[in-house]
Ligand binder design. Structure first.
Ligand code: AMP
Ligand code: FE
Ligand code: FE
Ligand code: ZN
Length: 271
């Protein structure tokens, strides 16, 4: 069993990379991937040349833009380091995030929630995003829960919402592919009606290599529909839980029970 989608506290997960590895071992996984949002730092921390069980796959989840809406792109680097140029491109993502975070702070302050950029960034080890804002809003008593923070303030319909500045999905796909990675469109269910046969066709023409068929937001019916779509467009398949730790208690590491053939066939095609 494998899990190709999980987050550490280098993005918005709760566990450190070492704790995540330990959990993966306890769950009996053969392999799992760290796919932090816009950063490779969690994987880098773990990486040592020694053989390890479970195997850790270097991954990333980059926030991109599809027709004005956020779309998440996974990248798996089966052959090793993505290289300097990709890492520099990630630095640009961080600068864009920083600018957006400044705007979020200003909006929150204008709504009477006194939040400083420094205290939010202090929670983010490698990247700082809305989940960290949510935690500050809770700890300062402006809201009672993480969910309420999104609902009232920073979610898409919240009063302080600032959309992410993100590269197009086509650019993300090109960057991941150029870096020798396997690009995979994450949790297509979250794209809503914007995701259909035609959209997937044009992403495949843009170089998309895989589709995340198995995910904790997908029902069994969703997954079989996505599996068919992936096959029709000759895309590889990826899957994982999108584990974040106790912040999202419903989602367990390894909970999607993704079978090893998924990784084996990625290796066959792209390894
Ligand atoms: P960001 O990349 O800064 O826009 O933050 C996106 C992250 O915030 C997602 O990956 C989720 O973990 C979290 N998130 C977004 N919307 C919600 C929501 N409505 N409730 C809880 N968490 C959310
Ligand atoms: Fe997340
Ligand atoms: Fe995601
Ligand atoms: Zn994720």
């Amino acid at each position: 069993m494998i899990d190709l989608h999980s987050h550490t506290d280098y993005s918005d997960g709760a566990l450190s990379p070492a704790e995540l590895l330990e959990l993966a071992r306890r769950e009996g996984l053969d392999a799992f991937s760290i796919t932090d949002h816009d950063t490779l730092a969690g994987y880098d921390l773990l990486a040592t040349p020694e053989e390890r069980q479970p195997e850790v796959i270097r991954g990333i989840e980059v926030t991109c833009d599809l027709n004005g809406r956020p779309a998440h792109l996974l990248g798996y680097f089966l052959r090793g380091d993505p290289g300097e140029s990709f890492r520099r491109w990630l630095e640009l993502r961080h600068e864009q995030r920083r600018e957006r975070n400044r705007r979020l702070v200003r909006r929150l302050q204008s709504l009477g929630a006194s939040v400083e950029l420094e205290e939010v960034e202090a929670l983010g080890k490698s990247m700082t995003g809305r989940p960290h804002f949510a935690r500050v809003l809770v700890s300062k008593g402006y809201v009672d829960s993480y969910e309420e923070a999104f609902h009232r303030y920073i979610g898409e319909h919240g009063a302080a919402y600032v959309p992410p500045e993100a590269p197009s999905l086509a650019e993300g796909i090109a960057r991941v592919n150029e870096a020798g990675g396997v690009s995979s469109l994450a949790h297509p269910i979250r794209l809503g009606p914007a995701f259909n046969e035609q959209a997937l066709g044009s992403l495949a023409r843009a170089g998309l290599r895989a589709l995340e068929v198995f995910h904790s937001d997908h029902s069994i019916e969703d997954s079989s529909r996505y599996l068919e779509m992936a096959r029709r467009h000759d895309l590889a398949v990826t899957g994982g839980s999108d584990f974040h730790g106790p912040i999202k208690p419903r989602v367990r590491l390894g909970g999607e029970r993704v079978e090893n053939w998924v990784l084996d066939s990625l290796r066959e095609r792209f390894g």
